[in-house]
Ligand binder design. Structure first.
Ligand SMILES: [Zn+2]
Length: 135
């Protein structure tokens, strides 16, 4: 493959110094190589938090108030391309801030508001306790 020729033998030796014992090991080494190369291209790419209400969605509507997404900030076009590649490789997993504890988590379901079921349960208990206290 041409991309292997472009990289140089010395760099590849670190990942492919001996023949892989099976397909899984070969794919593991290739995955680690891709992750390391893309990570190197992400130098100085920062992340920030973006309010969804700042965004205009493809249907022309405004994003939801009180919802947030992780946004990347690249200093130049090359690193913006690496940032886009990294998101594409990860399947563009959206992230959200947990309403229970403030932790940033990968969203698996668009309705998900908490990072895990225990955090959701603690939030339900707090709401229940607050309502009980108010009465
Ligand atoms: Zn949480």
């Amino acid at each position: 493959m041409s991309w292997i020729r472009d990289v140089g033998t010395r760099v590849l030796d670190r990942y492919f110094d001996a023949p892989a014992s099976d397909t899984h090991e070969a794919l593991s080494r290739a995955s680690i190589y891709v992750a390391d190369r893309v990570s190197a291209g992400l130098t100085d790419v920062g992340t920030g938090l973006q309010a969804e209400c700042e965004r205009i969605l493809p249907d022309g509507s405004q994003g939801r108030v009180g919802q947030f997404a992780i946004a990347t900030r690249a200093p130049d076009l090359l690193r913006a391309a690496y940032s886009g590649l990294s998101l594409w490789l990860c399947g563009s997993v959206p992230a959200r801030v947990c309403e229970g504890c403030g932790r940033v988590f990968a969203v698996k379901d668009p309705r998900q508001r908490f990072h895990d079921p225990r955090c959701a349960q603690r939030a339900r208990y707090r709401r229940f306790a607050d309502r009980k206290e108010a009465t």
